[in-house]
Design a protein around this ligand. Structure first.
Ligand code: RFL
Ligand code: PHB
Length: 396
């Protein structure tokens, strides 16, 4: 026997996209239930993104969850490219007119979970979606030892790349485009002051490195590593030595070492599912697309999908019009593909792919060109800070 419940929108996954969608719908009086297979503690402990585009900041403020973010987030008006022993600053505010905000995904998750409250079912297991190609979709799941059925009008698949919603779509109804990269990122978090006030992306003959941060007292660093590498191979001393070796001497001298409080390896991948809708199922965020983290786009794209989808659902729930939900996939994908191109390009420019000397010379020539050309720097700044949203094609 199933426990039957009803809601307008069933949301699978309580990552940033699922929680933000639920909060925005709630603000418009539209009820939703979020099913998350992990515990709240687990979700809030996953160290991931740290850099927000201004449009993401605005959306979080619009959702009423930006108060702590505006107080604690760090405004970044630029970042540095390090190569060939030197540094070149990309002036984001001067070139693109927008800064970025450093504010950890873990903090966003906390702010959103505090604001969403009892719409979230944590530790929901065996989530399965049914009848999405009809007018009465359902989601079944178990929680606290009971079997439940959620009857709804729409399902939002916010369950990340490894989730269940995209995989439930019949083969051939959604095309997949994919590229894997022959390396990963080893990341550490440490309670030490960052190297400088801004992020540094370093291209080095031994591989890429990134100096980022979460606050003025907490640093986040990454170095490119082998895809099959293991964190056991990377005691802190080895990490610090490798990081410093990949930075220009002056910046390396400023690295403050300390014990890591988190250490993990992430593979790099580009992936797009198209279209992002199947019947009454909408794919959102990492469930629909993955980008390598080099361009800091993943969380920002997830927020952009939520912006477009919630506008469509609000319009439908207000007056029954489907114009905007019908445009969801097309509008989201035009931005997704541009971010996919940018993330691929920036990854290709900054990482070591092989020992091929010709490829390395081309990378250095392009970095030198970026440093000399305001036009090239502007293109980088525009993409990095986030491209504009496609206009709505309203039929009324
Ligand atoms: P999430 O965050 O993966 O959340 C999906 C949620 O769904 C749950 N789930 C299920 N729930 C129920 N039933 C199932 N069967 C389920 N299967 C999965 C999961 O437990 C999870 O809670 O997807 P969402 O919400 O779309 O958010 C996407 C972002 O998390 C992601 O794009 C970013 O973290 C990517 N990213 C970055 N993005 C940025 O915009 N700026 C950055 O600076 C940035 N840095 C990064 C990153 C990702 C990284 N890693 C770990 C790949 C740095 C790194 C190292
Ligand atoms: C991070 O702080 O985790 C971060 C920043 C910029 C990126 C990727 C990750 O491009």
């Amino acid at each position: 026997m199933s426990n039957v419940k009803r809601t307008r929108v069933a949301i699978v996954g309580a990552g940033p996209s699922g929680l933000l969608l639920s909060k925005l719908l709630d603000d418009h009086g539209i009820d939703s239930i979020v099913l998350e297979r992990r515990s709240r503690e687990h979700v809030e402990a996953r160290v991931r993104a740290g850099l927000l585009e201004w449009s993401t900041v605005e959306l979080l403020n619009e959702a009423g969850v930006g108060e702590r973010m505006m107080r604690e987030g760090l405004l970044h008006g630029g970042f540095a490219l390090a190569f060939d022993g030197r540094m070149h600053r990309i002036d984001l505010e001067g070139l693109a007119g927008r800064p970025m905000l450093v504010y950890g995904q873990t903090e966003i998750e906390r702010d959103l979970a505090d604001a969403t409250g009892d719409q979230v079912v944590w530790n929901a297991h065996d989530v399965a979606i049914h009848d999405v190609d009809g007018s009465a979709p359902r989601v079944t799941y178990s929680a606290d030892g009971t079997h439940n059925e959620l009857r709804c009008e729409f399902i939002a698949g916010c369950d990340g790349y490894h989730g269940v919603t995209r995989k439930s779509v019949p083969t051939g109804r959604i095309a997949h485009y994919e590229r894997t990269y022959p390396f990963g990122w080893l990341g550490i978090l440490a309670d030490v002051p960052p190297v400088g006030d801004e992020l540094i992306y370093a291209n080095h003959a031994d591989g890429f490195a990134l100096c980022s941060m979460r606050s003025r007292a907490r640093s986040r660093y990454y170095v490119q590593c082998a895809l099959d590498d293991r964190i056991e191979n990377w005691p802190d001393e080895r990490f610090w030595a490798e990081l410093k070796g990949r930075l220009p001497a002056e910046q390396a001298a400023r690295v403050v070492e300390g014990p890591s409080i988190e250490k993990s390896i992430a593979p790099l991948r580009s992936f797009v599912a198209e279209p992002m809708r199947f019947g009454r199922l909408f794919l959102v965020g990492d469930a629909a697309h993955i980008v390598p983290p080099t361009g800091a786009k993943g969380l920002n794209l997830a927020a952009a999908d939520v912006r477009v989808l919630h506008e469509g659902l609000v319009e439908y729930c207000r007056n029954g019009r489907t114009t905007l939900i019908d445009e969801y996939s097309e509008r989201a994908l035009s931005r997704v593909w541009k971010a996919t191109r940018f993330s691929w390009w920036f990854t290709t420019l900054m990482h070591k792919f092989s020992d091929d000397a010709f490829t390395r010379k081309l990378q250095l020539a392009e970095l030198d060109y970026l440093a000399e050309s305001p036009a090239a720097s502007r293109a980088l700044a525009e993409n990095y800070t986030g491209l504009p949203f496609a206009a709505q094609r309203r039929a009324d």
